[in-house]
Design a protein around this ligand. Structure first.
Ligand code: GDP
Length: 601
């Protein structure tokens, strides 16, 4: 089909505003699927993703639509992940499109996540079609939603289409608008082939499947191809389009400029395929790759350990499998005195971290414990050398550190008016600053704040939800690094540091955190034959201390020295118990004790 009859678009929406329902309606209306098939909500794959309100992987879908002008168009509906952790993937999916439907719930209005993705789409120069969905709801408030579109997103409200995905209202108008308003692809069919890689998956039967948007030229089976960023050379085995049903791959003789489709070549692992890379012809390679390629770097790190040490190999295998379809998740083996053998893992962000941990638990039935998450700190030494440290263990001695810089984020928070003051308190507690405030409507404001990434890692989103009784929402974008008074906090047991509890924290918060950790550890360390000191220290200086007092009686004392066999039994029993103990500074501590403290972290 010529490019003039192709439209590539995606849907931007906040969770629950109706993206899945609307996608199903579009597929039904175009006859791509039958009504009853739609019940499975084809676009959303994984349970976990639905629960968290995000989609990480969903394949694009091709539909044929005969418009009112009598012409049949090919519409490629792409999916975009709805979370900032995947902002780079979102930007590449958007780069593969010329336009986007922006869905806003008629009763809820514009939400924080919508704002960030609309900014991304505008930066890419996409044509946006605003769709106000759920107009059937009795509490829908069209004037308010229209004002928000104009004031917050700078989108003319008279461009908005009104729809009810549930009731099937406005579906044809949306399809007509896609055809009429979104520009067709404008690639050069005769230029050297360039295709944008926007995703890839691993299919058990086909191996690595690369998702591409052909920008210039064409590609077919048998072509030699090259990935320009990684320099890998391959031969194409198959090209094709996506279908919503299984089997979802639909082989074609060739893909042309403007097409969205897949390429299967003799690529061994998904790690060879970087999102944003350019695929070109190996015989007649393009001179310039497509713009915008970045190597995605993990932003958040944490140690993941099997609770049962015997599960190490199993955990390694499970992580390897997860990585096959998610090359942005990285891990390498490490060991900890307190927790034994495990892995240091890198994630794109907090949500990505939670998803991986949850998938290990649910899909692979792994019992795991994670250490306190850390960001990457830029540490400038007095000799000018700059180190990037994500693991407190590798922090140099304070005497050679000139300055520590931490990553900061610009965070958008939507909050109902009555909760502004407790929310501001939370932002202050998290070492944040208010940049500016915008009024959204009579009920809500949007706060733009600057916060250290490490402060929002653990419970920031939950706290916003609890302060605002679920009505607040937040999203963030990265905003560089800033120097601050950061220190390494160690927890010592009888003078020996417990590696799993070391963390990099702000100086003003170090003591409080040290006290909490020491107190928790005191609760779970069993009494020993002698007194045990638990200390929190910054660079050798103790800032908090707890004591576990010594056991009063010897365990064998009650045997009065008479019954030897009973005495031996008792000692043996003790020995068995010790097997699962970790010796830290002559103190035997059960591994469960560390796990208890980390769980409560
Ligand atoms: P997504 O999270 O954006 O994919 O949203 P879904 O499509 O899953 O929809 C979220 C909820 O809103 C579901 O319970 C839908 O049935 C409901 N919903 C979607 N569209 C409409 C609509 O037009 N009107 C009403 N009343 N409910 C809708």
């Amino acid at each position: 089909m010529p490019q003039t009859r192709t439209r590539n678009f995606c849907i931007i929406a906040h969770i629950d505003h109706g993206k899945t329902t609307l996608s199903d309606r579009l597929l039904e209306f175009t006859g791509t699927i039958q009504k009853r098939e739609a019940q499975d909500q084809l676009l959303d794959a994984m349970d976990l993703e639905r629960e968290r309100g995000i989609t990480i992987k969903a394949h694009p879908i091709a539909m044929n639509y005969t418009a009112k002008d009598g012409v049949t168009y090919k519409l490629n509906l792409m999916d975009t992940p709805g979370h900032v952790d995947f902002a780079y993937e979102v930007s590449r999916s958007l780069a593969a499109c010329e336009g986007a439907l922006l869905i806003v719930d008629a009763a809820q209005g514009v939400e924080a996540q919508t704002v960030a993705n609309v900014h991304l789409a505008m930066k890419q120069g996409l044509t946006l079609i605003p769709v106000i969905n759920k107009i059937d709801l009795p509490n829908s408030d069209l004037p308010s939603v229209k004002r928000q579109l104009e004031e917050i997103l700078a989108i003319p409200a008279d461009e908005a289409l009104l729809a009810s995905a549930k009731a099937g209202i406005g579906i044809e108008e949306i399809l007509e608008a896609v055809v009429a308003r979104i520009p067709h692809p404008k690639g050069h069919p005769t230029h050297k082939m360039r295709a944008l890689v926007f995703d890839s998956t691993f299919d058990t039967y086909r191996g690595v499947v690369v998702y591409v948007r052909v920008v210039d030229g064409s590609i077919k089976a048998g072509d030699p191809v090259k990935l320009m960023a990684t320099n890998g050379s391959y031969e194409v085995k198959e090209v094709g389009l996506f279908k919503p049903q299984q089997p979802k791959f639909f082989a074609q003789p060739m893909l042309n400029a403007g097409d969205v489709g897949y390429v299967i070549a003799n690529i061994k692992t998904t790690s060879e395929v970087k999102v944003g890379d350019t695929l070109t012809n190996g015989r007649t390679p393009a001179e310039q790759p497509l713009p915008g390629f970045q190597v995605v770097q993990p932003m958040v790190f944490s140690g993941i350990y099997p609770i049962n040490t015997a599960d190490f190999e199993h955990l390694k295998m499970a992580m390897g499998k997860l990585q096959l379809n998610d090359s942005s998740f990285v891990f390498q083996a490490e060991s900890s005195v307190a927790l034994g053998f495990g892995f240091r893992c890198g994630f794109l962000g907090l949500l990505h971290m939670e998803i991986i941990q949850e998938r290990l638990r649910r899909e692979y039935d792994m019992d795991i414990i994670a250490t306190y998450p850390s960001v990457i700190y830029e540490i400038e030494k007095t000799n000018g050398e700059v180190l990037y440290v994500d693991n407190p263990e590798f922090m140099p001695d304070p005497s050679v550190i000139f300055e520590i810089r931490e990553p900061i984020v610009k965070c958008f928070i939507m909050v109902p008016n009555e909760y502004i003051s407790p929310l501001m308190q939370l932002i202050m507690d998290k070492r944040g600053m208010l940049d500016h405030t915008e009024t959204l409507d009579a009920r809500r404001v949007m706060l733009t704040t600057i916060l250290p990434l490490n402060e929002i890692l653990v419970d920031f989103n939950d706290k916003i939800k609890s302060i605002t009784r679920g009505y607040g929402s937040m999203d963030y974008e990265h905003a560089g690094h800033r120097a601050d008074k950061l220190v390494k906090l160690d927890i010592l047991v009888n003078g020996e540091p417990v590696d799993a509890f070391s963390s990099i924290v702000h100086r003003d918060k170090a003591e409080a955190r040290g006290r909490i950790l020491a107190a928790k550890l005191k609760e779970v360390i069993p009494t020993q034959l002698y007194q045990v000191a638990i200390q929190a220290a910054i660079g050798g200086k103790v800032v908090a201390r707890e004591n576990v007092s010594a056991m009063r009686k010897n365990v064998t004392a009650k045997c009065y020295g008479g019954d030897i066999s009973r005495k031996r039994k008792l000692l043996e029993k003790q020995k068995e118990g010790k097997k699962r103990m970790k010796a830290i500074g002559r103190v035997n501590i059960p591994q469960e004790a560390f796990i208890e403290v980390l769980k409560a972290n």
